[in-house]
Design a protein around this ligand. Structure first.
Ligand code: ZN
Length: 262
């Protein structure tokens, strides 16, 4: 194993440990982040690390920011702001595969895939974290008429979508420090990230598992029991297709779209 990889593993473990200490990650989440970080730092070097850290720091800061105000919306999510192993894999797995392919082949298209996967994860996080703060009432992405409560998977607002575009653009701009920088790759990564985040909402509104709490008479992603203690019932979507799967598929969409555009 090369020296670069040993340094990469050490740095990734340090960042994962700090995030666990700051309660941004659970223990299993810190292990997942160390795995993804090792591959990203090891194959992507400093610029790869900068792309990952842009997503990681901005999403950690945003999800802790004004946490009180978001409590009502967070009630709907299946998990809190402490990320676990599968959440880190869902957000970073496609990117880690992309950076490994880039490191092994040197093909710029895999750099684009890597960056677009993180652009998608960042765009989705910015839309969720900043979107739930706006007073705009989200509408369901499939018809844009039906109003849904803030924090509902598949709900979109103009403000959230704008935040999404900015989140993708920031990652795309940092990614221009590596790979084969060009205006085309900047646009491909940005659009891939935006469309990847929109596909996240689309999957969230259609096939993602949604549950109903009979006691509170509300829709939730929490199962098998709601926070009130009542067992929840599947009301729409596929039981196995949870938010982690949706995030994974969305980063795959974002990476694929960016590869086609680049
Ligand atoms: Zn309940």
């Amino acid at each position: 194993m090369s020296q670069q990889f040993l340094i990469a593993i050490g740095l990734a473990a340090l960042v994962g440990g700090l995030a666990w200490w700051r309660k941004s990650l659970s223990i299993s989440g810190a292990i997942g982040a160390t795995l993804i970080g090792s591959l990203t730092f090891g194959f992507g070097g400093l610029v790869g690390a900068a792309v990952l850290m842009t997503f990681f720091i901005s999403s950690s800061v945003l999800s802790k920011w004004k946490q009180q105000r978001k409590k009502a919306a967070a009630e709907k999510f299946s998990k809190g702001s402490t990320r676990d192993f599968w959440q880190t894999m869902a957000n970073g797995g496609v990117a880690a595969a992309g950076i490994a392919a880039w490191g092994l082949t040197g093909q710029p298209i895999y750099w684009v895939a890597f960056a677009a996967a993180f652009a998608t994860a960042n765009a989705d996080t910015w839309a969720t974290e900043l979107g739930t703060l706006a007073s705009q009432q989200p509408r369901k992405i499939t018809n844009l008429r039906q109003q849904v409560t803030p924090g509902t998977s598949g709900g979109v607002t103009l403000w959230g979508t704008t935040a999404s575009l900015l989140g993708a653009l920031v990652v795309a701009a940092i990614a221009q420090l590596g790979g084969a920088p060009s205006l085309r790759s900047l646009l491909a990564i940005t659009l891939g990230g935006l469309l990847g985040a929109l596909s996240d909402s689309l999957l969230g509104a259609t096939v993602q598992a949604n549950y109903h709490c009979p006691t509170c008479a509300i829709e939730t992603e929490q199962h098998p029991t709601h926070s009130c203690g009542t067992p929840t019932q599947l009301s729409s979507g596929y039981g196995w297709l949870n938010n982690d799967w949706v995030n994974f598929l969305a980063t795959l969409c974002g990476a694929g779209i960016a590869m086609l555009l680049s």
